[in-house]
Design a protein around this ligand. Structure first.
Ligand SMILES: O=P(O)(O)OC[C@H]1O[C@](O)(CO)[C@@H](O)[C@@H]1O
Length: 347
């Protein structure tokens, strides 16, 4: 079976079309959640998830902190189950937002039960409206059209992200997420897919590093997880400037470092990539134009001009997902059946 015949590849490629549907549903879909956030007047919001959904929580916590100036945190569900004393205390008014494609991950269902029993307001985003987690939540945002047959999460991550960013932007009074991102993504994929597949054919990489700051740290983590799940490669993620504090000692010609450049720190982040290149690492950059990188000589360089960090992250992640497909094919792995993984983790 070639990679283009796999369900995972088809779901990855379906993203621009799915995003159009998701975006058209957003205004109606987020309405109750937006009202809840306005009415509860909460001090803190906790985004909870497992695996990919936890990395989505990280990205969303940053988006909500930045756009809504509220205290927003991301936690894996197990923290609520085993270390509640560290989180469920104090006079602050807390909201909990649960994230799960399936809505059936055991830790998520147990966390929902615990939070409800303690009387906290609980909302959720999922791809399965009738799941156990959805049933237990006060408000559920169901992004059903983004559900997947594949084991690894790809379009479910990006579609739930788009929906939750839309909600935050609506509350902040400045919506930037629109159909244009789907058009731009389709165009970029068309332009870069051959480049990615050719690069992978000529560079059998075993070690990946993903760098991203702010909101893009969650995306770097998700990219890291995709490479592990799809290609069984060593893969790590860092805040860019943390990479200088130790991990940099491992850079060699066999290490492939991807930067999800942020608007706020692009200049400095590209300087770091230059250091990595000087140590003979291989580099991929996903950055806006206008940032001088002519001397960087990155092996792959994708321009995401005129895009917000959120939009650039979405396109960058699709690029990494496709890279995962081609590397898996080269290694003889079936991405529809990743080693030791199941679609839903039940304990
Ligand atoms: O979002 P859900 O359904 O809770 O699942 C989360 C995790 O489960 C998996 O699908 C399988 O382990 C991971 O890919 C993902 O990170």
């Amino acid at each position: 079976m070639t990679v283009s015949e796999t369900i995972t590849y088809k779901e990855i490629k379906s993203q621009p079309e799915i995003w159009k549907k998701v975006i058209s549903q957003c205004p109606e879909r987020v309405e109750r959640f937006v009202n809840q956030l306005q009415q509860e007047n909460a001090d803190e919001i906790f985004f909870i998830g497992c695996g990919t959904s936890y990395y989505l929580a990280q990205a969303l916590a940053f988006v909500y902190s930045q756009k809504l100036k509220m205290r927003a945190f991301a936690l894996p569900a197990s923290e609520i189950l085993f270390h509640e004393n560290a989180y469920l205390h104090g006079p602050s008014k807390k909201l909990f937002h649960l994230i799960s494609r399936s809505g059936e991950t055991s830790e998520m269902v147990a966390a929902a039960k615990k939070l409800k029993a303690k009387g906290y307001p609980v909302s959720a985003v999922t791809c399965r409206a009738s799941s156990s987690m959805a049933q237990m939540s006060d408000i559920t945002i169901a992004v059903n059209e983004a559900d997947e047959e594949s084991i690894v999460m790809t379009r479910s991550f990006t579609s739930m992200f788009i929906t939750m960013v839309y909600a935050a932007e609506q509350l902040a009074g400045a919506v930037t997420i629109d159909r244009q991102i789907a058009e731009t993504a389709a165009h970029t994929i068309e332009r870069c897919e051959e480049k990615i597949s050719a690069f992978i054919q000529n560079n059998p990489i075993e070690t990946f590093v993903f760098l991203g700051s702010g909101m893009l740290y969650g995306f770097a983590n998700e990219a890291m997880l995709k490479m592990k799940e799809m290609t069984l490669s060593n893969s790590e993620a860092f805040h860019p400037f943390e990479y200088r504090h130790g991990p940099k000692s491992l850079v060699s010609k066999d290490v492939f470092v991807t930067l999800f450049a942020s608007h706020e720190a692009c200049h400095e982040e590209l300087q770091l990539m230059k250091e990595i290149k000087e140590l003979h690492g291989k580099a991929m950059v996903i950055a806006a134009s206008g940032n001088n990188r002519t001397n960087l000589h990155a092996e792959l360089d994708f321009e995401v001009s005129h895009l917000t960090n959120e939009q650039a992250g979405l396109i960058g992640l699709v690029i990494v997902q496709l890279m995962g497909c081609y590397l898996a094919e080269q290694k003889g792995l079936n991405i529809d059946s990743p080693r030791n993984l199941t679609q839903v983790v039940k304990l």
